[in-house]
Design a protein around this ligand. Sequence first.
Ligand code: FE
Ligand code: FE
Length: 235
Amino acid sequence: MRWILREKIEEFKKGVLKAGWFAEKMFKKAISSLIERNANLASEVVSDDDLMDQMEIEIHEKAMEILGIFTPIKMELKMVTTGIRIAEILESMGDRSARIAKNALELSKEPPLKPLIDIPKMADITSKMVKESLRMFADADAEKSFEICKQDAEVDELYERVKEDLLLYMMESPRYVKRALLLLEIANFIEEVADLATNIVEATVYMVKGDLYKCCHDDMVAFKKGGGILFESSD
Ligand code: FE
Ligand code: FE
């Protein structure tokens, strides 16, 4: 019976990683549709969201089957519960990518407002964060958590810069407002995808170490069970 469970868990993990790969691809496609002003690509991402939703449901069903039939314990139980959590996070990422694509679609109908510099930079870092957070889960390795948390702080900083820059455009002329708002929303969704990557990191750290850590600003902070900060980690 144990070997069947091991096989089922392996298959389950592969399903979660496949959903992760799909979410990563959706995000990259959404950003490309914005940069290339490609309406077809943007529409593709919008319909990909249904597939992503379906993947989350399948992961839930697989998890219920494993829990119901095999009652796993210890690491195997943690793998299943973390997988469920990560599937939810990936679904939310898919939603953000679809929203980015919808805005990109709108923007492709208008003349460009400005050359995009900081938004692609934010997206690059975020893409890497998503990839690395999923690798952490795949390898059950908490090593990279601080690094990914620091990258989130970089994305936050870039977001503030983008916001200020777009506000200037909005103040300059009412003609710029619509496009600036669409871009601002996109930057906001990218920032949220980066936060979701840190949520994958937190879930993985909990799976590997059994400790509750939160990525706050640019550091991983340990939380005491029952609330409150235990200690601040140093670099
Ligand atoms: Fe969705
Ligand atoms: Fe953030």
